[in-house]
Design a protein around this ligand. Structure first.
Ligand SMILES: NC(=O)c1ccc[n+]([C@@H]2O[C@H](COP(=O)([O-])OP(=O)(O)OC[C@H]3O[C@@H](n4cnc5c(N)ncnc54)[C@H](OP(=O)(O)O)[C@@H]3O)[C@@H](O)[C@H]2O)c1
Length: 199
């Protein structure tokens, strides 16, 4: 398969590359690195990126930022960072990417544990992850040509504990290679409308 991975240079992206590159052709996309550059906040940038790459069998997105911070300091602007980047960036990926997928192709997004198991400072992540999973279930019943869509919902990733560990006390971390298996299941399996929890 030809698989486009948005966010390949990141922690999860590298693990997805290690899992899938032995069996498939991978095209890397990010803002500053990769085979083709795109910013998923901008749908025109994504369309141009997909035009350069041409038809593919799967699109995987392991990108998306949100603001973490104290409740008392939350503002609409801080919510908007996550809404524009992790939420609408991935919605844009689906809207722009569907036309470039071969029949029966798949889209795999990334949500996360916090909509079901919230932490202090994580209100934006909880909101965005919940919205993404609702979007995946809805899109699955409307996508044309047998296209499939799923989301991977990781707990905190072991390789990210240096940065995120203090926020996730008491949570069991998952090695990135285990999270990558869920992307493999989505891309190489046949299910649609699923949220694969790696907790
Ligand atoms: N790491 C964890 O513990 C964990 C746990 C649960 C969920 N998640 C979710 O998993 C996703 C990936 O996390 P990660 O830790 O692997 O992130 P990461 O290491 O920060 O990597 C993010 C990747 O996405 C690219 N990127 C960021 N914003 C982009 C944009 N607007 N358009 C295109 N590419 C963009 C980055 O490259 P450029 O900077 O060059 O664009 C990079 O390749 C995020 O949605 C995160 O919320 C992570």
């Amino acid at each position: 398969m030809k698989i486009i991975v948005i966010g390949l240079s990141g922690t999860l992206g590298k693990a997805v590359l290690a899992e899938l590159s032995t069996r498939h052709e991978i095209v890397a996309v990010a803002r500053r690195s990769g085979d083709v550059q795109a910013d998923m906040r901008d749908i025109a940038s994504l369309k141009s990126c997909f035009e350069k790459i041409g038809k593919a069998d799967a699109i995987v997105c392991t990108a998306g930022s949100v603001h973490f911070g104290p409740w008392a300091e939350m503002t609409p602007e801080k919510f908007d960072i996550g809404l524009r980047d992790k939420l609408m960036g991935q919605v844009n990926t689906v809207l722009a990417g569907q036309a470039f997928l071969n029949d029966g192709g798949s889209l795999t997004l990334t949500s996360g544990i916090l909509n079901e198991d919230p932490i202090q400072y994580g209100a934006v992540a909880s909101l965005v992850n919940g919205a993404l999973e609702s979007f995946v279930r809805a899109a699955a019943i409307e996508l044309p040509r047998g296209l499939r869509i799923n989301s991977v919902s990781p707990t905190v990733v072991a390789e990210s504990l240096d940065s995120f560990g203090p926020y996730f006390r008491g949570y069991k971390a998952a090695p990135a290679r285990e999270v990558a298996l869920a992307y493999s299941k989505s891309v190489e399996g046949k299910q649609t409308g699923q949220v694969y929890k790696v907790w």
